[in-house]
Every structure is written in C-alpha cells, then in structure tokens.
Design a protein around this ligand. Structure first.
Ligand SMILES: [Zn+2]
Length: 172
C-alpha cells in the first residue's frame, strides 16, 4: 500500500478503498437476497411428486417427495424404455425372418397375404433405399420389399459387400 501511495501520489489508494467498499456493499446485498429467497418456494407447495402424486414440500426444484419415489420413477422409466426397444427389435427381426422365408432365392414376388398371414408388420423397417428412378425399397436389415401394385410385393435380399455374414453373394 505504501508503494502505491508513493507512485500515485496518494490518489490511487483512495480510489482502491472506494471500490472495495463499494463491491463489498454489493456482495452483502446479494447475500441478503439469497437468504430471503426460500419464501418464494411457498407457492410451489402445490407441486406434485412425479411418482406418487403427493404434494411436494420444500425446495422449488424438487420433483419427488422421497428418494424411494425417485428410484421407483427412474426404474419404471428405464424398464419402459427397455421394453419398447425390445418390442421394436422383435418386430423387426420377425419381419426380417418372414421376408427371408419367402425369399429362398435373392428375389421373389408374393401377394400381400403371404406376408400379413405370417404377421408381417408394414409399419416397421430399419431403413429405406431409393433407387435412381425414385423407387423406394423398405428394408428390415438386409431383406427388403417393394410394393409393386395390386397388393403384390417384390422381395429382395441385399447383397452388400459390407455384410459378410451371408457369405457367398457373387451371383447377381
Ligand atoms: Zn412421491
């Protein structure tokens, strides 16, 4: 402090003191606000636990009335997600198996009933493939189908180089 006094001829330290007392003032105001804030949580009393639906008391950002409820909720959410994924996977695998059964060679044309009788689900597929002409094939993994009119479907097996599981794909 004494060095500054000498350098700034006494003005600088006075400024410093002025700033620091000002900022400490602001700080105490800020702290005062935070301390008094829990009053705001009062209207949140009507908030309900996401698990059991009971009214929640306490902090405004609470979502559950207890740890037990939070665990219940998260466990249920996880198992729902797992079930959904499992169900969709099963549908896709079933679709794939049905096309596979109906496509002993690489290609086949079948009536819609051949697919639907086996439980084919037309709402689920893994991807689409659009040809240069704009024809859209629907694929369940490497097996695809194309509606060709009059309730007939053209079935294909994709012979991709990156899918080596099927083995020999040389003849096309
Ligand atoms: Zn609860």
């Amino acid at each position: 402090m004494q060095n500054y006094e000498k350098l700034s001829f006494g003005f600088f330290p006075l400024n410093l003191i002025g700033f620091s007392s000002g900022s400490s003032c602001l700080l105490s105001f800020a702290i005062g606000k935070r301390v008094s804030s829990p009053v705001i949580t009062q209207p949140a009393m009507s908030k309900k636990c996401l698990d059991c639906g009971e009214p929640i008391t306490g902090r405004i950002d609470k979502k559950f009335c207890s740890d037990q409820c939070r665990n219940n909720y998260n466990n249920r959410l996880n198992s729902d997600t797992t079930n959904l994924v499992r169900n969709v996977n099963n549908i896709l695998r079933k679709n794939r198996r049905i096309i596979q059964e109906l496509t002993p060679e690489e290609k086949a044309t079948v009536h819609k009933t051949k697919l639907s009788d086996r439980g084919f689900n037309f709402s689920y597929f893994t991807n689409t493939y659009t040809t240069k002409k704009g024809t859209v094939y629907y694929f369940c993994y490497e097996y695809g189908y194309l509606p060709v009119g009059n309730d007939f479907y053209f079935l294909v097996r994709r012979s991709g180089k990156d899918e080596n599981k099927e083995g020999k794909e040389t003849e096309r």
